[in-house]
Design a binder for this molecule. Sequence first.
Ligand code: XIL
Length: 356
Amino acid sequence: MRLASLLLFGSCSVLFGASPVVPALRPLATAAGLNFGVATSAGVVRTDAAYRETLLAYANTIVAENDLKFGPLSPRPGFYDFSRADALVDFAAEHGLKVRGHVLVWHHQLPDWLKAAHYTAEQARELMRVHIFTVMGRYRGKIFQWDVVNEAVTNASRAPLRQSFWLETIGPEYIALAFRYAHEADPQAKLFYNDYGAEDLSPKSDAVYKLVRDLKQQGVPINGVGLQCHFDVAAPPNLEAVAANLQRLADLGLELAVTEFDARLHLPASAANLEKQATLEHDLLAVVLRQPACRTFMVWGLTDARSWVPNFYRGYGAALPFDAMLAPKPALYGLERALRQAPPVVSGTGSARPTR
Ligand code: XIL
């Protein structure tokens, strides 16, 4: 019912309002030296022309929302179905988009066959190695940045590592091992640790900081940290603390990325809340643009019609820059404003330009 009324409301605004001029953020983001884009899927990119056009005006980079996850990729032991991931990577190549890889080692969306079986530590290590080599090897040179390990840290400081198939079978060294395998599989790819709820200064972001600092000190080939940034507009993070967190991670010699930004609202979304959302979108992007080590800014979907938010946060939605009818929201203009105010790109430094 709610979705139906949202759709109706959305269509009315298109039918009766002046049709909005949609700013093309892609050239602005590229000029600002940013990998800037959305999570998407082969299904929608293949079938929905309006979506495709909107995406191509917005993004210079895409990430697979689900198509590169272990479970969706591997329905049977030793068997991979790359059809959706290939379609997405081909779409990117056709349109000059960069591709972020998400995700190699995670506790969630694992194949059912893997969860059903019992593995020794040695078998699980081999399984992880083969998975990383199979997937990264296939897209070597085509995926510039990978989330190698996702969400390994918990919110509880007494037990900082999350229980997972990988921790239980291999032990805490699974994290370093995953990065070493990933570096062997594609030495050119930038390798990221990715997590949520570790954006500003908190016990969890301290735990992530310590984890990646220790990995660096041990000579593990990690290049960066991804901050997911799934935010609630009613309880936004402290953006000064986000900037401070980015800086302490950058001081370790790491790159940063905003990997899965969305800004959810209680439904139905009020005009006032859509404005608050726009302010948050502007302000977060402005923080990123001031941090030379953070050159990637991805939102977790393009349109409210396809966001994961309503399924995972009851009563919430409207978290993305385009509404369910693909009309731009104040949030989109917030991002546009931030891009137009971007500090000039210093040429020749390398750091201020999108990296391979
Ligand atoms: C989500 C997808 O958006 C959903 O479609 C899927 O059902 C579950 O996963 N953190 C992550 C992402 O790292 O992979 C998750 O994506 C959202 C939270």
